[in-house]
Design a protein around this ligand. Structure first.
Ligand code: BG6
Length: 484
């Protein structure tokens, strides 16, 4: 109602994530007029700036066109900035609270806090907002970004801390992959199609491969990356979330907690990983590369201090689910930086047709869900070669989004997720027990790699992947189809 005012508070407003991701997202939501009425945005950070300087800082990332200028001016008008003395300084948070109260004008004040901050200040910031900026008249919701700890133990400590201040309904753990169109489509594809549901099991599916590839390296993020590595950066969160959606049982309803219950259950059935379940790699410079980045190997990145670092920039793991549906089916999770292309896809490979009458000419069916770029669902299948012959050949049943849905603009992942927070929809956010299980699967592997100083295999910046990973995957009987 009109008695409600909303404030989106960006903690860490002068940082990288804020300017590259959060402010552009807020601008996009504003342009589409999707904010609840009476929404203001307040930035908070240590940098000594004013509102005008904040706008100057983020403006280059908003990509405002000539026609949007007037709207942009209005957008700047709902923005303000508070400079704090330090993230632990309580009097600074009093100033922040005053700024929010000024906007709320005595109405019911609903507050969304976005923590675009390094983990080192998480604790003091959350304590301070709870003590000094908590709304007394409306809801409070806190959005947090990974890393959620470094392993099971540190993640548990963080969860315990957050749990001592906030209820689970107030905490929104972002995994931005859950905001992507095709990731959200997985449940509909699986549970709304009788052609898929009955065959979705070990009797018909030979393996599942979930692949993430990026054509660039650490790009100045080496300081963060070297402490975490690709398994923590991508696999334990983004890929594992997709794994859950592919493998979980059908929830009783589509409500957030029913869905998240099923994700937890499938993780509980997933075997803890050891060193033998993974192949890791690290990229070397490509002397023939076209960009500066590609001529820089991982260890030559100026932001990486440990020049003997074994941190993986590539990993391929085989996960096993010990339940009736999936026993014996390998789920491969593959991810790598500095590869030949940007690509994220899920590839479900079916078993061979029993009783072949086509002289071994059949290829396995595959259902492919391409998350990015160029969203698509397609099914590789056999069909009669057109013409006079009576030979099977491989073709595709193809739902490519830009062909089928020509004029639809798909919203950005962050956009959807931020709007979900205003609506109180936690479906696409990670629950505490889910996070715990995710760390349980990966922690012994991560600790073993680190304790034993396992050397990653090397690959060249721009490679398609790692030969050793191809061999690893083939050893499970997975057929290489030449397209991943
Ligand atoms: C982030 C990782 O979570 O996801 C980055 O920290 C990675 O390393 C990014 O580049 C990829 O996201 P997207 O949406 O560009 O595929």
């Amino acid at each position: 109602g009109s008695g409600d005012h909303y404030t989106f508070i960006v903690l860490g407003a002068s940082g990288d994530l804020a300017k590259k991701k959060i402010y552009p997202t807020l601008w996009s939501i504003y342009q589409q007029d999707k904010f609840p009425p009476n929404t203001a945005i307040v930035g908070f950070a240590r940098s000594k700036m004013n509102q005008k300087q904040l706008i100057e800082k983020v403006e280059p990332f908003l990509k405002v066109t000539e026609e949007q200028k007037a709207t942009a001016m209005k957008f700047y008008g709902i923005n303000s900035y508070v400079a704090g003395e330090g993230y632990g300084d309580l009097s600074s948070y009093k100033l922040l609270d005053d700024e929010i109260l000024k906007h709320e004008k005595g109405a019911n004040g609903h507050r969304v806090f976005y923590l675009a901050l390094p983990p080192s200040v998480f604790k003091e910031v959350t304590l301070a907002i709870k003590a000094s900026c908590w709304s007394r008249t409306g809801y409070n919701r806190v959005i947090v970004e990974k890393p959620f700890g470094h392993d099971l133990e540190s993640s548990d400590a963080l969860s315990k801390h957050l749990g001592s201040l906030f209820t689970e309904q107030e905490i929104y753990r972002i995994d931005h992959y859950l905001g992507k169109e095709m990731v959200q489509n997985l449940m509909i594809l699986r549970f709304a199609n009788q052609i898929f549901t009955p065959i979705w099991n070990r009797n018909n599916i030979a393996s599942v491969m979930i692949t993430f590839k990026e054509p660039f390296g650490t790009m100045g993020r080496g300081g963060y990356f070297d402490d975490f590595g690709i398994i923590r950066d991508i696999m334990q969160n983004h890929l594992l979330q997709i794994f859950c959606l592919v493998a979980m049982e059908k929830p009783p309803t589509k409500h957030a907690n029913h869905i998240r219950d099923e994700k937890v259950k499938v993780l509980e059935c997933t075997k803890t990983l050891g060193i033998e379940d993974v192949v890791i790699g690290q990229y070397l410079a490509n002397p023939d590369g076209k960009t500066e980045d590609s001529k820089t190997g991982y260890l030559e990145d100026a932001t990486i201090k440990n020049k003997n670092s074994n941190t993986p920039t590539y990993a391929c793991a085989a996960l096993r689910i010990n339940n009736e549906r999936w026993d014996g089916v390998p789920f491969f999770l593959k991810c790598g930086k500095a590869l030949n292309e940007r690509k994220m896809e899920v590839r479900v490979q079916f078993r061979d047709v029993p009783g072949d009458i086509f002289e071994g000419k059949l290829k396995r069916n595959e259902l492919v869900i391409r998350v990015q770029p160029n969203e698509a669902v397609y099914c590789k299948m056999m069909s009669k070669e057109p013409g006079i012959s009576f030979e099977p050949h491989e073709t595709e049943l193809d739902l490519t989004y830009h062909v089928k849905y020509k004029d639809v603009k798909l919203p950005d992942a962050y956009e959807r997720l931020i709007l979900d927070v205003f609506e109180g929809n936690q479906l696409n956010f990670v629950r505490a027990d889910e996070l715990r299980e995710a760390w349980r699967v990966f922690t012994p592997l991560l600790h073993a790699i680190e304790a034993k100083g396992v050397k990653p295999f090397t690959y060249t910046y721009g490679d398609r992947g790692l030969k050793e990973a191809d061999d690893f995957v083939a050893s499970f009987g997975h057929m290489y189809t030449g397209t991943y």
